[in-house]
Design a protein around this ligand. Structure first.
Ligand code: CUO
Length: 690
């Protein structure tokens, strides 16, 4: 990146707790601040401090004086050492004002100045979130890569003893090339006495949690309208979380656990406890735990108040609206919940976005306040001065088994709405003259058995240096190794006959579990709700026979490992323009290493389903905006500054009831669909990342 202002912006993601005047990029770069930017603590020492940190740097980036210093009183309620929650109304309001302030900076230099000035005066998590939202949405910061949250706040993602090891390694071994990779232990949150621990590899995966953070960053609920009001955002809230649940349920089957129980009763004890053990870097305390069999309570604290009864009232109103088939705004105007707009209206209303909800006074704030009640279950009236648990924070919520139970309940509301719509009919499902005659998924190029896919453990490493505040700075990266599920890359091959002129179709690939945890066959209705989207892409069909090939690594739901965990620093940035464009990623996307569920040792059985739908019913007329390099995971994340690129409702064709009794019949009735049995075999060994 040549422009030093863009460089400065990238640097502000590093070392979130350190003052802005300290060095960044492994001690190589420093921002030169106007004296008036120094906080009171350092105001009398500006010369000494800036001299100290500007020795031995390669680059000094001057920061402009601010035309007007902003009044930051609106953020005072959230202290620098408090936890920040996107589910908390007051915090969201503060973030909204800060995002508006950042978006309003008149040019790049003033944005850099504003960010540099505010960073040391605000809660660090609030700053990093609002700052990243602004970077993702300002037209002049398109080139700035958003540093992965697991690298900005690594303590939210990994077991804390690793930081002691990392600091020791960095302090003792000067040359970063000689340092060993410190090991992040796995399976450290509970023993196997806790059945839910079988899913820890999924819930506590770094890529899963950083995806979730990034999704909520791209789709905030508050802020300026141009940031919040995105095409089909309410529907995507439903769909992205619905897919997480489908995957979670399937993952449970793979581990001999039964389907999750939606948390539809807030008045009985919650059997699942969770002891996260991770540290919050803002206050250096562990996130509070929730004991087993905790009863949820009304929350009555200075930083949050919510009664369970209120959440239940909102739930009942939302369900009544679904049963009636319409919603009402504050003036009593009715909007029907139809098969196109309905799900989007419900998504924004249930999540809820106060600025997009059709009537937030009446339908309330159901999903967010559920997070709040659960996250304060251990200290609902703050008598113990504890902050919220992991459910209060989008970077950590997916670690807790209860996340899936709460979202399972939210998902059941959306599914109820979808079940009220007519089943898809032949005109919607079919594609005349197009037939899929062969389906296969196969590992590698050699003689692998078709339709047998493989998962295993892999040991990889991520660089934690950017987030190690007050750690060693002048000498390079600090790598931590961690073990995660991985799948052997594979290729899909489909033969498609086109009995007409050249035309375009959309290829939609899903895997549906065939059996439950007891190996019992699932009904189509269950398969439909647990169908996992694997990929979606456009295909050109020539007249006659066509062979469609697609790599698993090209999936429209996932992003590659390297995008989630790229090392920090100029040395790691590609130089060529096209590579740089690809590198300018958005970190939103399901981690490629969890594209496949784990399967099991015997080989877990799935239906691999493929459908070629009629592109003339799928296509979207895009506004004329520049191409975007973050398009890889568009099924889950949409496209930056563009419309969602598929006109069908998300999850099509499995988002609504289907006209057949089972999947075999469905595929038999529509030539443009096909399926085959697929086995996913899990091999219980750890392989080092090549
Ligand atoms: Cu993503 Cu509840 O919406 O955590």
């Amino acid at each position: 990146m040549t422009n030093t202002d863009l460089k400065a912006l990238e640097l502000l993601f590093q070392r979130p707790l350190e003052p802005v005047f300290t060095t960044r990029d492994q001690g190589k770069v420093v921002l030169e601040l106007p004296d008036s930017f120094y906080t009171d603590r350092y105001r009398n020492d500006t010369v000494a401090v800036s001299n100290r940190f500007s020795q031995d740097v390669d680059l000094k980036i001057p920061v402009q004086e601010l035309a007007n210093k902003p009044n930051l009183d609106f953020a005072k309620k959230l202290g620098r050492k408090n936890q920040f929650s996107l589910f908390n109304d007051r915090h969201k309001e503060i973030a909204s004002q800060l995002i508006t302030l950042f978006m309003g900076a008149p040019n790049l230099k003033q944005f850099v100045a504003l960010a540099a000035y505010t960073k040391d005066r605000l809660n660090p998590v609030l700053f990093q979130y609002s700052y990243a939202v602004a970077i993702a949405h300002r037209p002049d910061t398109r080139e700035v890569p958003i540093t992965n949250i697991s690298q900005v706040f690594p303590s939210n993602f990994v077991e804390p003893s690793v930081f002691r090891d990392a600091r020791e390694e960095a302090a003792v071994i000067g040359d970063s090339g000689e340092r060993i990779h410190v090991d992040i232990p796995r399976n450290y949150t509970a023993s196997d006495r806790e059945d839910e621990q079988r899913l820890a590899y999924f819930r506590e995966d770094i890529g899963v949690n950083s995806h979730h953070w990034h999704w909520h960053l791209v789709y905030p609920t508050t802020g300026p309208m141009e940031v919040v009001n995105k095409d089909r955002r309410g529907e995507l809230f439903y769909y992205m979380h619905h897919q997480i649940l489908a995957r979670y349920n399937v993952e449970r089957f793979c581990n001999n656990l039964k389907r999750l129980q939606p948390l539809n009763n807030l008045r009985i004890e919650v059997p699942e406890g969770y002891f996260p053990k991770i540290l919050s870097s803002v206050n250096n305390r562990t996130y509070p735990a929730r004991v087993s069999n905790q009863l949820l309570k009304d929350v009555d604290r200075e930083d949050a108040t919510i009664e369970i009864g209120e959440v239940e009232r909102w739930r009942d109103r939302v369900l009544a609206a679904i049963d009636q088939g319409f919603v009402e705004d504050a003036s009593g105007n009715r909007t029907p919940l139809d098969d196109v707009q309905g799900i989007d209206i419900l998504g924004n209303m249930i999540e809820a976005s106060p600025v997009l909800s059709i009537n937030s006074q009446f339908y309330g704030n159901l999903h967010n306040q559920g997070h709040t009640i659960i996250s304060f279950a251990h200290d609902p009236d703050a008598r113990h001065l504890e902050e919220f648990g992991v459910m209060g924070d989008v970077t950590t919520a997916m670690r807790d088994p209860i996340f899936y139970r709460w979202h399972g309940f939210i998902d059941s509301i959306f599914n109820k709405f979808k079940a009220r719509l007519d089943p898809y009919n032949a005109a919607q499902l079919g594609f005349d003259g197009v037939s899929v005659t062969y389906v296969e998924a196969k590992i590698g190029k050699g003689n692998a058995r078709p339709n047998t896919l493989l998962t295993y453990w892999q040991k990889s490493s991520a660089d934690l240096a950017a987030g190690l505040d007050f750690g060693p700075s002048a000498d390079g990266n600090i790598f931590a190794s961690f073990t995660h599920l991985q799948n052997a890359p594979f290729t899909y091959t489909f033969n498609v006959t086109n009995n007409g002129a050249r035309r375009t179709g959309t290829c939609r690939i899903f895997i549906c579990p065939k059996v439950d945890e007891r190996n019992q066959p699932l009904r189509l209705e269950d398969q439909r709700l647990m169908a996992i989207e694997m990929d979606k892409f456009t295909v050109e069909l020539l007249p006659g026979e066509n062979t469609v090939r697609r790599q698993s690594t090209e999936s429209s739901v996932a992003i590659p490992f390297e995008r989630s965990f790229r090392p920090i620093g100029a040395a790691y940035q590609p130089k060529a323009a096209d590579e740089l464009a690809r590198f300018r990623f958005c970190g939103c996307g399901w981690p490629q290493h969890l594209l496949l569920p784990k399967g099991n040792a015997q080989g877990m059985l799935f239906d691999l389903f493929v459908m070629i739908s009629d592109y003339s019913q799928d296509s979207v007329q895009q506004p004329n905006t520049p191409n975007d390099a973050c398009s890889t995971a568009y099924s889950f994340c949409g496209l930056k500054d563009k419309l969602y690129p598929d006109r069908r409702t998300m999850g099509f064709p499995f988002d609504r009831r289907l006209p057949n009794a089972n999947l075999t019949e469905l595929v038999g009735s529509f030539q443009n669909m096909a399926k085959t049995d697929l086995r996913i075999v899990f091999n219980d060994r750890v392989v080092d990342k090549p």
